[in-house]
Design a protein around this ligand. Structure first.
Ligand code: HT7
Ligand code: ZN
Length: 871
């Protein structure tokens, strides 16, 4: 596929003030008749042809101002329709047929369990009709949907229903009108027989909005949490950003077949069932939190994305980075801010940092792409959110809000750029953010090396920053970064700083910079608490001593800093164990555990204050995260060392783990509230240590927990430990689980994942069996991710098996999936991006498997990802 470059951006040749769609849905095809009012832009080249995107459309009719347009005056090559000689203003009518029932790529109009639905971002609309399918063409849409009334009683689109009627043959139609001009990627249509949970929301200005959440009738009892979350998000956006909802209806529809989490179509969000359905019996705590955050995210897009949208797809992070930042703050306010921050940083460091350090590295505002679908990445989303967070840190809450007020006011109804956003921040604050722009264009994780020493009675901190080269960007410039800092004295208290405070934000702009802090006669160097709240997305290199890390873990009042100190202690312990030969690992792990034990006991002793924070502090980094910090991925060594350390910690603190498990056993009905979620997570953390220790009482205990659980968090937690540690009762529990939940797709996804993540190479034959299971379906992305995504992302010892069997299995699966759903296949191929960090033998095996895949033609999506990994 051709490379599309930001530098080549050109404004559209024509406006489309009005778009009328007439979509007639039938069993084996749909007929789409589109009427576009076209107006050549005043500044456009008068000789330029009108070009419309349109992929795999069967063109039946093309008329201009009511007359057939001569065939010699247009060309269609299967992707683009070029019309020559159009008048400056005209009405274009096209009629096409499409095949939604054959659409397994889940882009454009497709079918999911008997209902019709759409996914248009980024370039799905061109699979429905001919259109200038680009985000900077905004139009008012009127949509009429026609379908069989008995099978599709519900016909939905964006905006408000304005007319309806009946036709011959038991068919009916509904017309929807959306008063807000929007780009085509925000168009949506749904036709089905769905149940609805309805509620209302009164906006700050007194308007009543009807809230409607649709799902299959069997799922009607799983919509309350989404509705609560939606109302909370609406109130939050009014309170925190002064932004109100702008239509009379807000609809969410749950669909089973969906490539991502959800989609913010104007007034008609379409959600993956996994991000909207929630019920204590079938949904884990993490699932409940995901629903809250995704419902918030899509709602917040109504302003950051829909009212103010992107000029082109290079600006994707304009809406995604800002909206992730907004949803992170919303979840932080709804739950525990400190815990939420650690969870977000954990994802960033575990997933985005590796992306930014590998062959898929790209800037938050990329300069070029082949398939935009491949750029819905953690860099665009999560690193993009960190850039917005840094602006918040640099400006402070008040000036940041002045900046967003200006942005939404100035650009309402427009398609703009990340530079426009930054200009508003600079203008509203008076800050010079020129250098900050580099963050958007420069890929890679910056390193920040810090050294401290005492000089003439002052404590001097020296910061040196650099960013390693990334593909296509060998040379990097210094960045503007906020470093939040406190200094701790030996008594565990924060020292006063020159500005009179005890916590400050240093703004770095140069490659090397020093800052002096008077110690007022104190002789000892303080312990620095650096990058508090993870104030910049960088790799911090500071040679903390073990004592300093224990000190910070005990005294630091910043949640992130304490967690980071614990992570550093665990990393160091596992790294030391890696060099211990086989038989001696157990004894060495006991020594490591003994050294960690006092700190862990202290965390457990204080766990009642914040159980969720305690669970995070007590959880070792994942195998992947540990391996990522080594010069080369040593998956087997890391697994052995980590398990040995977990076993030793489990044994040495055994009685405390049992105590934590008892203290955090909740009475009363399940509630998805932060305090209870925290206690359940601490309880399961304790159980996991006991499992690692091989505690003899555990299997029976877990079996009882599994059988008596009244919620999915407990039931699944017990099942996972039984199965992963091969405990007595594991097979029976798996069977019982499948019997109980065979009819609940989202729960069965978990059943597949539990089995695909059993550590060790033997799991590969199990995965083969899961792929052949009657419940496995290549057309359902959730199920594919549950097995293959879990294998590649959460089971390093199986995926990276020395035999190369994991790679072969995965490559075969990617090839098969690509024929069904290229977007999902390409996303899943990203799991192979650690290839350059593998030891030689494995690198050759994975490289061979991926090159083999490219021996036959593959989709442009998959090809782009594989070629970049193999480059
Ligand atoms: N803005 C939405 C993006 C999205 C998407 C992109 C490509 C292919 C399928 C997709 N489904 C949803 C999601 C969001 O960030 O809110
Ligand atoms: Zn989004």
């Amino acid at each position: 596929a051709d490379l599309i470059r930001l530098a080549d951006y050109q404004a559209p040749v024509f406006h489309v003030p009005r778009t009328s769609l007439d979509v007639a849905l039938y069993d084996d095809y749909s007929r789409v008749t589109t009427t576009l009012e076209l107006e050549r832009r005043a500044d456009a080249d008068p000789a330029a042809d009108y070009v419309f995107d349109g992929v795999e459309l069967a063109l039946c009719r093309l008329e201009v101002d009511g007359q057939p347009w001569p065939k010699a005056q247009y060309d269609y090559d299967g992707e683009r329709l070029v019309i020559r000689g159009l008048p400056e203003r005209c009405t274009l009518l096209t009629e096409v047929t499409i095949k939604p029932h054959l659409n397994t790529a889940l882009e454009g109009l497709y079918m999911s369990r008997g209902m019709f639905c759409t996914q248009c971002e980024a370039e799905g609309f061109r699979r429905i009709t001919f259109y200038p399918d680009r985000p900077d063409v905004l139009s008012r849409f009127v949509t009429t949907i026609r379908a069989d009334k008995a099978r599709f009683p519900l016909l939905l689109s964006n905006g408000n229903p304005v007319a309806r009627g009946e036709e011959a043959d038991g068919r009916h139609w509904v017309t929807w009108e959306d008063p807000h001009p929007k780009p085509s990627y925000l168009f949506a249509l749904v036709a089905g027989d769905l149940a609805c949970l309805e509620d209302q929301y009164q906006t700050g200005s007194g308007r009543t909005v009807s809230l409607q959440i649709y799902a299959e009738p069997r799922d009607l009892d799983k919509l309350d949490h989404a509705m609560r979350s939606l109302k909370a998000a609406m109130a939050w956006d009014e309170r925190v950003y002064g932004l109100e909802y702008d239509l009379d209806i807000y609809m969410i529809v749950a669909v089973s077949h969906f490539n991502m989490g959800a989609m913010e179509n104007k007034g008609l969000n379409i959600f993956n069932t996994a991000c909207v359905l929630a019920h204590p019996a079938t949904t884990t705590d993490a699932g409940f939190q995901r629903v809250e955050s995704v419902v918030g995210h899509e709602y917040f897009h109504n302003w950051s994305g829909n009212r103010v949208t992107c000029r082109d797809w290079f600006q994707l992070s304009l809406k995604e980075g800002l909206t992730v930042f907004r949803d992170q703050c919303f979840s932080a306010d709804m739950n525990s801010a400190a815990v939420k921050r650690v969870e977000d940083v954990d994802v960033l460091r575990a997933v985005q940092f590796p992306e930014d350090q590998g062959p898929m590295a790209h800037p938050v505002r990329p300069a070029a792409y082949q398939k935009i679908d491949n750029f819905y990445t953690v860099t665009i989303y999560e690193k993009g959110a960190e850039l917005v967070r840094m602006q918040h840190e640099l400006l402070g809450a008040e000036r940041f809000r002045a900046g967003t007020d200006l942005y939404f006011r100035r650009f309402d109804g427009q398609a703009v750029t990340t530079d426009d956003f930054l200009d508003c921040m600079a203008e509203a604050s008076g800050l010079d953010l020129q250098q900050f722009r580099r963050w958007y264009d420069q890929a890679g994780t910056p390193h920040l090396a810090v050294q401290g020493h005492i000089e003439q009675g002052d404590y001097v901190l020296t910061f040196r920053q650099w960013t390693p080269p990334t593909p296509g960007q060998p040379d990097k410039q210094p960045l503007m970064m906020p470093v939040r800092l406190a200094l701790f004295g030996a008594d565990g208290q924060r020292l006063p700083l020159p500005d009179g405070s005890t916590e400050t934000v240093l703004v770095l702009t140069q490659e090397e910079q020093s800052f002096r802090f008077p110690l007022h006669g104190q002789k000892e160097a303080p312990v620095p608490s650096l990058l508090r709240g993870f104030s910049a997305p960088v790799e911090l290199d500071y040679a903390f001593t073990t004592e300093q890390l224990h000190f910070l873990l005990a005294h630091d009042d910043d949640g992130y800093s304490r967690w980071d100190a614990a992570q550093r202690l665990y990393h160091a312990a596992v790294t030391r164990l890696l060099s211990v030969p086989g038989e001696a690992v157990r004894a060495a792990a006991e020594d490591e555990a003994a050294a960690l034990a006092p700190a862990l006991r202290q965390v457990l002793a204080r766990a009642d204050d914040d159980a969720a924070a305690a669970a995070l502090l007590l959880t070792l980094p994942s195998e992947q995260a540990l391996a990522d910090r080594l010069p080369e991925l040593d998956v087997d060594g890391v697994h052995r060392a980590r398990e040995a350390l977990r076993a030793a910690i489990g044994e040495q603190l055994s009685s405390l783990w049992w105590q934590a498990e008892q203290n955090n056993t909740l009475a009363g009905p399940y509630r998805p509230v932060a305090a209870d979620i925290g206690r359940r997570s601490l309880r399961h953390c304790a159980l996991a240590y006991l499992a690692a220790a091989g505690d003899a009482r555990l299997a029976g205990h877990l079996t009882v927990l599994f059988q008596q659980a009244d919620n999915m968090t407990d039931q699944l937690g017990a099942l996972r430990l039984l199965v992963h540690y091969g405990l007595p009762g594991a097979d029976e529990a798996l069977d019982a689980f499948a019997r109980q939940w065979h009819d609940e797709a989202l729960v069965m996804d978990q059943w597949f994942t539990v089995q695909a993540t059993v550590p060790g190479e033997t799991t590969l034959s199990r995965v083969q069996a899961l792929l052949a299971h009657e419940g496995f379906d290549w057309r359902v992305p959730n199920r594919v991710r549950a097995v293959l995504g879990a294998l590649a992302n959460a089971n390093p010892t199986a995926f990276h098996a020395a035999s190369g069997e994991g790679y072969r299995l995965y490559a075969d699966a990617l090839g098969r999936l690509d024929a069904v759903n290229p977007q999902v296949a390409a996303r899943m191929a990203n799991a192979c991006a650690r290839l350059p960090r593998l030891p030689e033998g494995r690198r050759a095996l994975l490289g061979g498997a991926l090159r083999g895949l490219l021996k036959v033609p593959r989709s442009a999506n998959l090809t782009e990802v594989l070629e970049r990994i193999l480059a």
